[in-house]
Design a protein around this ligand. Structure first.
Ligand code: ARG
Length: 588
């Protein structure tokens, strides 16, 4: 289906043409003055110079051409030359009926579906998830769902941080604590135990301890670097330990992401491309791109048009060790060879922007990706506490994702049991569902690149621009629909009717923006557009609801029309929150 703005613009363009003007002047936009009109067209003003005529004259002529229009209920030419427009209620109902009858509310498949790889999540193995990883997971999941819904082939890859110094640190710390473990016995040739010699909580305690110690103790850090080197070069016992670390850690990560309703198609990590590095490096050297600079192997990536200094991209350190860069480049190589995406999107903290600029330039320059592939950095801002500083625990430490979610679950639980008496089990489940909406909506309703303040009180409020408000609205609609069904009504068979009242039409006008909104949200990888859209819908619905006695209406046809409108509203809201990555409970 066509976007409603396009349908209206077509009608307007026809009128400009019939009145003897350039049809392109007939572009319609949403109204700047909702108190006066629903849409407007400023084409008459734009035509002044060309036609040497007062704009109001042009506007009047065009309005004359629109008498009897099926699309517009009213067209008024107002000084100095605006065309203020209201839709015909019949046309609007008809348009929405098209949305009801078509799959995906009329959203058509793209002319050419793209293959898009999204690199998001990016947790580091054996380090607890913190709130920085939360944003990547929430935003990445949503843009994945949006692009998929739009009809593209989308692959989400978690890109685990599983190969760097942190692994060497853990191994070193383990060796200090338990030197007799068989993994450290060089003469051992048998099979290593299947069971890991640590639990996830031990692992999470080991890493910070090791990391802290390495900052104070130079010799310890040396050992950790050596352990990293040994691991990367395939020392058996180290590899076996590393596999345990991955296994224990990934099981825990899966649990965490599942709670967040975040799902990855690929669980690849930095380690997966280790074997590709030597060949990649050779090619970069052979192509004349990589050269030695102070012992390190680098590729220049600066360009003449740069206004700021872009340092070279370092490929290998002077000791031959690979870096974060190296694995990212090798991952690009692997993705191009095995998957061949049209686009790779990285959802990472915006403080890594310069880093990705270097990596992208290096990948292009050295031919890892051709010009036909888009590399996109979707950098997100920092999640701050109410004090405007990066979100911390009360004690000032890094807030762990688990603790954060537990805290919100608790706040939500408190609110639910306060409102009504619910069995504890149900209240807990509902609290989790609503809490997730609070966190995700709180994040996604901001433009991703902006910093935002994580405000539990505001996010969990059932009023205002929040996830719980959207869910309350949805639950309210569901409750009306189920009462209608209990009374023997068949909501699915109900047909939309042209709106009679203002609030009803207001809701219809909001709903009609779906296709335009989806196009923007997808093209601009912008989940916040979905949030803004459903917030407007929720407001319009609640306004309608407060003005209308829906179930008590005696005119059956009228009531049926409203029920159909509620069904569409519910379906659209449910689709949209699914694209944002959360769902609604049955009751709240
Ligand atoms: N593991 C990294 C971190 O915690 C994020 C990874 C981002 N993705 C990437 N391809 N570099 O900062």
């Amino acid at each position: 289906m066509k976007k409603i703005l396009d349908v209206i613009s077509e009608e307007m363009k026809g009128a400009f043409q019939r009145a003897g003007y350039d049809r392109e002047l007939g572009k319609v936009t949403p109204s700047n003055r909702p108190d006066l009109c629903e849409y407007q067209c400023n084409g008459a003003m734009a035509g002044v110079k060309r036609y040497k005529k007062a704009p109001i004259m042009i506007a009047q002529e065009v309005a004359g051409e629109l008498e009897g229009s099926q699309v517009f209920g009213s067209v008024s030419a107002v000084p100095p030359g605006f065309l203020n427009l209201k839709l015909s209620s019949a046309f609007l109902a008809d348009y929405l009926d098209g949305m009801v009858k078509n799959p995906k509310f009329g959203l058509e498949a793209p002319e050419k579906a793209k293959k898009i790889l999204i690199d998001y999540g990016g947790p580091n193995v054996a380090k607890p998830l913190h709130v920085g990883h939360l944003r990547s997971a929430i935003i990445g999941e949503s843009i994945k769902r949006i692009a998929r819904y739009a009809g593209h082939e989308v692959i989400g890859d978690i890109h685990l941080g599983d190969w760097g110094l942190q692994m060497g640190l853990i191994i070193t710390e383990l060796k200090e604590r338990e030197p007799d473990l068989v993994y450290f016995d060089d003469s051992f040739t048998g099979d290593y135990p299947k069971e890991a010699p640590f639990t996830i909580s031990e692992l999470e305690e080991i890493y910070p301890a090791a990391s802290a110690r390495s900052k104070e103790d130079g010799a310890y850090k040396e050992k950790a670097m050596e352990a990293t080197y040994k691991l990367q070069n395939g020392v058996r016992g180290y590899r076996a330990l590393w596999e345990h670390i991955i296994c224990v850690s990934v099981a825990d990560l899966k649990k965490n992401y599942e709670k967040l309703n975040v799902e990855f198609d690929l669980w690849k990590g930095e380690s997966d491309v280790h074997d590709l590095i030597p060949q990649m490096v050779e090619e970069m050297k052979a192509g004349g791109y990589a050269y030695l600079s102070e012992g390190a192997l680098v590729v220049d990536v600066k360009e003449e048009t740069d206004t700021k200094e872009i340092p070279p991209c370092m490929i290998l350190k002077s000791d031959g060790a690979s870096l974060y860069n190296t694995t990212d480049l090798a991952t690009i190589k692997e993705r191009m060879e095995k998957i061949g995406p049209d686009e790779i999107i990285y959802v990472v903290d915006k403080r890594q922007e310069l880093y990705f600029e270097q990596v992208f330039r290096c990948a292009r320059k050295t031919g890892l990706v051709g010009t036909e592939t888009v590399l996109k950095f979707l950098g997100f801002g920092t999640m701050n506490g109410k004090d405007g500083k990066p979100f911390k625990t009360r004690e000032g430490g890094v807030m762990r994702l688990e603790s954060l979610l537990a805290e919100i679950d608790e706040v939500m639980y408190g609110k639910i049991v306060q409102n009504r008496s619910v069995p504890e089990e149900e209240a807990k489940e509902t609290a989790q569902v609503v809490a997730l909406s609070a966190v995700k909506y709180g994040d996604l309703s901001n433009q991703a690149s902006k910093d935002y303040i994580f405000d539990i009180d505001r996010f969990t409020s059932s009023e205002g621009d929040t996830g719980p408000y959207i869910l309350y609205t949805l639950v309210r609609i569901k409750s009306i629909l189920s009462k209608y069904a209990e009374a023997g009504g068949e909501a699915a068979a109900a047909a939309l009717r042209p709106a009679e009242g203002g609030p009803e039409k207001g809701l219809m006008l909001e709903l009609a923006g779906f296709l335009g909104m989806m196009e923007n949200a997808c093209e601009e990888t912008a989940p916040h557009k979905i949030c803004a859209y459903i917030y407007d819908i929720a407001n319009a619905f609640n306004h309608f609801y407060h003005e209308t006695k829906i179930l008590a209406e005696e005119d059956a046809a009228k009531k049926e029309g409203w029920i159909a409108l509620l069904m569409l509203t519910k379906n659209i809201l449910e689709t949209c929150i699914d694209l944002l990555g959360f769902s609604a409970p049955e009751r709240m």
